[in-house]
Design a protein around this ligand. Structure first.
Ligand code: MCN
Ligand code: CUN
Length: 798
């Protein structure tokens, strides 16, 4: 791999011109996308296909007294109106969530959040379905809602989940992690302690393509085929089979092109189930496609954590202990889309990049009359919240002690020679070199210069203040070891099936599913590297459960750490078999055959001219295979990783804060990432750019808001502010390479790092502009009014 400052490389990857590791191969998938030939769920049209529109509740909390679909049925073209009663007949009125809760598919008795699914209208075309939905009459008895997590825990709060036997309030779980006593002791004995309360607001992934499905029951084959926007087709097949009772081999889930997922397409939503049930009952294909506001108002949101952090340190700023207490709003059902064995995902990695003696975290999960969710949006299962907490707290501590925020990080980093490192909360970090990434970022950002400039502006009482924010985050991705992660009991391995054709090209089938990450290119690169094939000769297939090997799907940046490993191991298995065929072809003993990564050829030891390519070997495998070998050239691998991977980085953000308007301008945005060995630097760059844009969106713009009546007031693109090119500054990216010691190609995931790492850097920068006046925190999203209030409070507003 071409990397000037790369660390030790487990294998030499050098870009041999065939499109292997480290080469900037142009994305194979882009031809169809830029020529308008993508194939998304809504592009699928089947003969006789019906359309489904969902009737949604205008109230956040209400009892459904009666549903009258007769006026809808009177409309020409309306075929059916479905309610919970119809679904009950088929045992489909409820479905399990990924957190062992049970969610209504269509409301049975009580609506629990605004826009919840109450009935469905099935019609010959979408317009008629929509007209029909407007004609369904529902009588509601409106109840008092509670949308705020703290209020939901008050004694007089309405009980949202009264249908649950042992549920007398809105409390879902209490969970704690770490050593409480030891942490208390460290805090008591510490020179300094600091505390800060901060909210990570509710946001939404809002992928450009909303969720949808085309369900097609074939009564001739007793088979259900569902094309759906799925980040995890196989897991969804298993769940579909469990919910519907249709045997799993008679369920086919296909995830065609997906227009962005960002975690939003991990859960199963009522719309999918309704479409499938309707197809089953009506014996015709049924399409359901969400509108934008339905997507934002009802599908998996992200975050909504109210956190109080505390740090104990020596007077020199050496962190000894970290404490955190969290109130988590999970919405009306516990449906967070995360596979870990912990109710708060990987939040317990909140000690971050720092060598901390003792840590303790306590969390309370709460039901409210809001849409369910919590885990989505480039989050690595709550690492976003954990990183935000620790990186904000380090800044709070630095200000308290008047130590430079870069220097205080240096004093606390887990040293590069301490890996593998076990954290105070039990995580086993694979590798890291945090100081190196920070140094590189500081240099790229011209840090000292901006510190001088900042001082100058304060001295001159300038109208625009300068703030410099740092985040030196550690991610945890690659779910995961079966011991820590599963979905419905299925351990989190992943898979690859590689078949080499007689003419020397190959098909790689993988258990993960791209939503824009470029797997059709990067997974082909892994095989190109490991077999000496040209990347153009490898096609990658995914997303169809009838043909792909079982996999758990794409989320938590797990594709590279898990399925990427499976692809490499499958290719190496093929390489081993290729050796015996090479021996046969070259008339040499198998022990005397060597594979050369540089040329990609197999040759006889000591006789490099007696060589053979993988294309020739492929022909041999089918046309002239050795008698001792099975014909054919293929291999399958199911990979259960021994550990997670721990990518990291240092981001530095310089902002200018306008004391008159509260507006924040980005002066500089530096991102240094380390995801181990890099497969495709260009795709990584794209992932970083997109993720940073989403980090800026989180810090500056986005929030799903509710009023006291439970109305979603931030539930469409008029009110939920997505960033545009205008809000996004130029990014300067850099990287270091610290390979993962346990991954076959030394790679770690990268897809979520920029969104995990950047919000605290941005908030730290804005706080930094005002910290000389005593400001310790500014809440996200930092819209101009929020920033102006903070300026005003600090006596800095003009
Ligand atoms: N990659 C690489 N070298 C590495 C690591 C990764 O070249 N050392 C490449 C991979 O080969 C892959 C891409 O970078 O093409 C992302 O890889 P990885 O980090 O393994 O993440 P996943 O492929 O599992 O993608 C999931 C991640 C998540 S969880 C969210 S959320 C998110 C993200 O990816 N959603 C996305 N990025 C997204 N990008 C797009 N365009 N659309 C989404 O929905
Ligand atoms: Cu957390 S969002 Mo991604 O894991 O699909």
């Amino acid at each position: 791999q071409h990397d000037d400052d790369g660390g030790p490389q487990p294998e030499k990857h050098c870009g041999h011109g065939r499109g292997g590791m480290g080469e900037e191969v142009a994305r194979k998938e882009d031809k169809r996308f830029i020529t308008g030939r993508g194939n998304y769920v809504d592009d699928i049209k089947k003969p006789g296909m019906l359309h489904c529109e969902i009737v949604r509740s205008p109230h956040a909390h209400a009892r459904v007294e009666e549903i009258d679909g007769s006026r809808a049925m009177d409309l020409d073209g309306v075929v059916a109106v479905l309610t919970a009663d119809d679904l009950l007949e088929h045992d489909l009125a409820t479905m399990p969530t990924l957190m062992d809760d049970t969610q209504d598919v269509l409301v049975n008795e009580k609506v629990k959040f605004q826009s919840q699914e109450v009935a469905a209208v099935i019609a010959e075309d979408r317009y008629t379905a929509k007209d029909g939905a407007e004609k369904v009459e529902v009588d509601y008895e409106v109840l008092d809602p509670v949308v705020d997590a703290k209020e939901a825990l008050e004694a007089d709060a309405p009980v949202i989940r009264e249908e649950l036997d042992d549920q007398e309030d809105n409390h879902i779980f209490d969970w704690d992690t770490g050593d409480k006593e030891e942490t208390e002791r460290v805090f008591e004995e510490a020179d300094v302690t600091v505390e800060e309360q901060m909210e990570y607001q509710r946001i939404h992934p809002a992928p450009i393509e909303t969720c949808g499905a085309v369900a097609d029951w074939d009564p001739g084959k007793d088979k259900m085929t569902v094309h759906m926007t799925s980040q995890a087709p196989h897991a969804h097949r298993t769940l579909f089979s469990q919910v519907s009772g249709i045997p799993e081999h008679k369920v086919r889930i296909v995830s065609p092109d997906v227009g962005g997922g960002f975690g939003n397409k991990v859960p199963i939503y009522p719309g999918y189930v309704v479409a499938a049930a309707a197809s089953y009952v009506l014996e015709r294909p049924v399409k359901w496609i969400e509108e934008r506001s339905e997507n934002i108002q009802t599908t998996g949101f992200a975050r909504d954590y109210d956190m109080t952090g505390e740090v104990a340190a020596t007077e020199d700023g050496v962190i000894e202990g970290v404490k955190v207490d969290v109130l988590a709003n999970h919405g009306a059902y516990n449906a967070a889309a995360q596979p870990s064995k912990f109710p708060a995902g990987f939040f317990n990695i909140f000690t971050g990049s720092y060598d901390v003696e003792a840590a303790y975290g306590s969390l309370t999960g709460v039901y409210t009359n809001t849409a369910p969710g919590g885990v989505a949006y480039r989050c690595s299962f709550r690492v976003t919240e954990a990183v935000y907490l620790i990186e904000r707290m380090v800044k709070v501590l630095a200000d308290e002690l008047d130590v430079d925020p870069a220097e205080i990080r240096r004093r606390n980093f887990i040293p590069s020679d301490a890996f593998p490192y076990e954290s105070a909360t039990g995580w086993n970090y694979d590798s890291g070199d945090y100081e190196k990434a920070l140094d590189k970022a500081l240099e790229m950002a011209d840090y000292e210069h901006y510190r001088e400039e900042q001082k100058r502006r304060i001295e001159e009482d300038a109208d625009k203040l300068l703030g410099i924010g740092i985040s030196s985050f550690t991610e945890i991705v690659g779910a995961g070891p079966g011991k820590q992660c599963d979905i419905a009991g299925i351990e989190m391995f992943d898979s690859a099936d590689l078949r080499v054709n007689p003419t020397g090209n190959a098909v790689l089938r993988i258990g993960v599913q791209t939503q824009g990450q470029g797997h059709e290119t990067t997974f082909a690169q892994i095989v190109a590297e490991e077999l000496g094939m040209d990347v153009d000769n490898i096609v990658v297939e995914h997303g169809d459960t009838d043909t792909e090997p079982y996999g758990l799907g794409t989320y938590g940046s797990r594709s590279t750490p898990v399925a990427g490993a499976a692809a490499a191991v499958a290719a190496r298995k093929v390489r081993d078999k290729a050796k015996s065929i090479a021996a046969n072809e070259l008339e040499a003993a198998e022990e005397d055959i060597e594979w050369d990564r540089e040329s990609g050829e197999f040759h006889v030891v000591g006789a490099p001219d007696r060589s053979i390519t993988i294309t020739e070997i492929a022909a041999g495998a089918y046309m002239n295979h050795p008698g001792s070998e099975e014909p054919g050239l293929e291999a399958v691998n199911y990979y259960d990783p021994p550990e997670m991977t721990y990518p990291f980085g240092s981001y530095i953000v310089v902002v200018e804060v306008d004391r008159e308007t509260g507006e924040v301008d980005f002066e500089k945005f530096v991102a240094v990432d380390d995801c181990g060995n890099r497969i495709n630097p260009m795709i990584i760059e794209g992932q970083i750019h997109g993720g940073l844009a989403q980090g800026i969106a989180t810090a500056m713009l986005e929030e799903v808001t509710y009023d006291d009546n439970g109305n979603v007031t931030g539930g469409d693109f008029m009110n939920y502010l997505l960033p545009t090119a205008h809000e996004i500054p130029e990014f300067e990216t850099g990287h270091t390479v610290t390979p993962s010691p346990h991954h076959p190609i030394g790679a770690k995931g990268v897809g979520e790092s920029p969104t995990v790492g950047s919000p605290p850097a941005i908030v730290n920068a804005v706080v930094d502009a005002m910290s000389h006046a005593g400001t310790t925190h500014v809440e996200m999203p930092m819209t101009p009014d929020v920033v102006w209030e903070a300026l005003d409070e600090a006596g800095l507003a003009l």
